[in-house]
Design a protein around this ligand. Sequence first.
Ligand SMILES: Cc1cc2nc3c(=O)[nH]c(=O)nc-3n(C[C@H](O)[C@H](O)[C@H](O)COP(=O)(O)OP(=O)(O)OC[C@H]3O[C@@H](n4cnc5c(N)ncnc54)[C@H](O)[C@@H]3O)c2cc1C
Length: 394
Amino acid sequence: MSYRLSEEERLLQTTVREFANNELAPLVADAERTGTFPRDRILPGMAALGLLSIGVPPELGGVGGTGLMLCIVAEEIARVCGGFAIGVMGSVLSPAALVRMRGPAAAPALPPLVQGLTLPAMAFTEPGAGSDLAAIRCTVTKSDRGLLLNGTKTFISNGPTADVYLVAAVRSEVADRPRAERARGMGLHVVLRGTPGFTIGRPLAKLGMRSSETGELHFEDVLVANAPGVGAASGAGAGQAQGFRGMMELLDFNRLYIAALSIGIGQAAFEACVPYVKQRVAFDRPIGQHQATGFKVARMAMNLDAARALVQRACELYEAGERCTRAVSEAKLFATEAAVAITGDAVQIHGGYGYIEELPVERYFRDARVGTIWEGTSEIQQQIICRELGLYSE
Ligand SMILES: Cc1cc2nc3c(=O)[nH]c(=O)nc-3n(C[C@H](O)[C@H](O)[C@H](O)COP(=O)(O)OP(=O)(O)OC[C@H]3O[C@@H](n4cnc5c(N)ncnc54)[C@H](O)[C@@H]3O)c2cc1C
């Protein structure tokens, strides 16, 4: 594999960087202060640049492209604002995921997504089940009206503002059966905002990623839909990504997106540090010339390069249709932990200025922290790697 970006990938990188610097950066302070995701000022611009139809073949109205290109979008937006990169995650990933799941049959569901008119949310986590997704309690039950969804989800990004929700649930007839049987009865179901019985719970205030809105969702006999917008995952109400394994496969690319997003936050912190250590003087020399500080910056550069290489390798395997579970977990584990370390060091390097809100460094530190928690914690990634290495097979 080559670690150099192709001409097309470099062009995309430049395009997204310019868009993020010019159009998104001016929105960050207000969005972070108010805890709101300004979707109407972000998604149309991304749609106009074709950033919401990457991975969708031209014959279905997309711009084509690879999984790595989706990661480039994540990194470049997160370099300006981690919260925005989370806010757009569903919009960036859903079109390509829909095409993977349904092929040409996805076509009718694509237009509102790729035009940025529909904001999706993915709802797996529940108050009692996060890492252990097989333990979710949300159920779908067959009725005369169709499938009815009941239960509660929490920590859902875009939860308070999305239009369309992809919700993980277990079929009620197997909900109390042994684990393996329950797992086979799991699936993803589409719910539209405003459906009777569906209420949006309280928004959740958080340590970082404040410009991404996070909330609870409550479902009481909610009719799951085959949404006109993104209904593809619910043919006749039941999810296409049926079963626990199908759900987990869908998460593979989410994890790579999170890895790339974390690299973007780390890159922003690194870019803040390099000029600072050259300019800030202590004990008659730039602090970068004190080894303890310079070495921190050297490790940042190394860890960012290594994280990108892991993401690239995982993308290549994914693209080739090869088994990539271990590569994805390694990339997610490494990139998110690197981002936590890099942004922590960036605060340290900036001294008091690193702790003060006038510089964005403290925001990078807060935003990076969630990386090792969501989309499978670091402990869960290590468990997956152990499993893939065959350590649990005896
Ligand atoms: C800001 C934010 C946004 C989010 N957005 C979404 C979203 O859009 N959609 C969604 O579905 N979810 C979302 N989540 C939820 C997130 O994915 C979960 O928080 C995460 O999966 C962890 O689950 P948990 O919080 O229930 O922790 P738990 O599963 O309770 O884990 C607690 C601790 O126990 C450890 N642990 C658990 N099991 C094991 C084990 N077997 N071995 C070793 N250690 C273990 C974990 O690693 C962790 O350290 C979001 C979370 C946050 C904070």
